[in-house]
Design a protein around this ligand. Structure first.
Ligand SMILES: NC(=O)c1ccc[n+]([C@@H]2O[C@H](COP(=O)([O-])OP(=O)(O)OC[C@H]3O[C@@H](n4cnc5c(N)ncnc54)[C@H](O)[C@@H]3O)[C@@H](O)[C@H]2O)c1
Length: 250
């Protein structure tokens, strides 16, 4: 599964929420696939201390996807260092679950800020660096909850559904003037990360029973999908949502 290959062919990549979980697997996979540089961004880079030094082509950036000054700083830095971005993976995301009547405005605001506004802001900051070469691939991590909803996740479902709608618009908007800037989503089902480890064991058991392939997915399952959508192997695919969910939502 971790065989080195050259699908990233010297590409410059930016991954958010990269310190752990899916973002870590995605960063490592892009780096192993030959990326010239992966800018691994996270509001808390501490969990990356264990693994990031193993990669000569990954740079750790501590950054909040909602902080416009930090995003503009990242844009300037990448402009100076490489003059382009080839791949952006919008992966940072959080949950603040509650049944609707118990959901506070701050639960709503924080989830929408990080999961949806953060994707808008990061993409707005990186797009000029793709436009310089009229080429690029944006992969945003949505969720099956964004298409199918889930109990106690009004805020999360709205944010993940919003990412899909935004992506479909981008697939049309970013090709203006003949540019080859693609935008796609991945919608994971239940994947084994710290995020799902926070779910009560009983709920997790029930969830697993609903998955046709009979188990939670692993972070690497998502990273393989990202690698495909980020690479030129998917050059004719844009505006799509790739579900990686063991058949959960059919
Ligand atoms: N794990 C799953 O089952 C699952 C399923 C569907 C979708 N997803 C989505 O996949 C993505 C990654 O999930 P995960 O399971 O790896 O979660 P995780 O909680 O393990 O990792 C998320 C990372 O995002 C970072 N982050 C949070 N807020 C940030 C901010 N404002 N700016 C920058 N970084 C920030 C966190 O520090 C963390 O390192 C999320 O968008 C999540 O919604 C996960």
């Amino acid at each position: 599964m971790n065989t080195p290959n050259h699908d990233m062919n010297e590409k410059i990549c930016v991954v958010t929420g990269a310190a752990r979980g899916l973002g870590r697997a995605i960063s490592e996979t892009l780096a192993r696939a030959g990326a010239a540089r992966v800018y691994a961004c996270d509001i808390n880079m501490a969990p990356a201390e264990d693994w990031i030094d193993g990669y000569h082509n990954i740079t750790a950036i501590t950054l909040d996807v909602c902080d416009p000054a930090a995003l503009s700083g990242l844009n300037s830095r990448i402009m100076d260092e490489h003059g382009r971005v080839d791949v952006l993976v919008n992966n940072a995301g959080i949950t603040r679950d509650a049944l609707l009547e118990k959901m506070t405005e701050s639960d709503w605001d924080r989830v929408l800020d990080v999961n949806l506004k953060g994707v808008f802001m990061m993409t707005r900051a990186m797009l000029p660096l793709m436009k310089l070469q009229a080429k690029g691939s944006i992969v945003s991590i949505s969720s099956v909850v964004g298409t199918d909803g889930n109990i106690g996740q009004s805020n999360y479902a709205a944010s993940k559904g919003g990412i899909i709608a935004m992506t479909r618009g981008w697939a049309k908007e970013f090709v203006y003037g003949g540019a080859q800037i693609r935008a796609n989503c991945i919608a994971p089902g239940f994947i084994n990360t710290e995020m799902t480890q926070a779910v009560p064991a009983k709920v997790l058991e029930k969830m697993t029973a609903r998955i046709p392939l009979g188990a939670l997915g692993e972070a690497q399952d998502i990273a393989e999908g990202v690698l495909f959508l980020a690479s030129d192997r998917s050059r004719y695919i844009t505006g799509q949502v790739l579900k990686i969910d063991g058949g959960l939502v059919l």
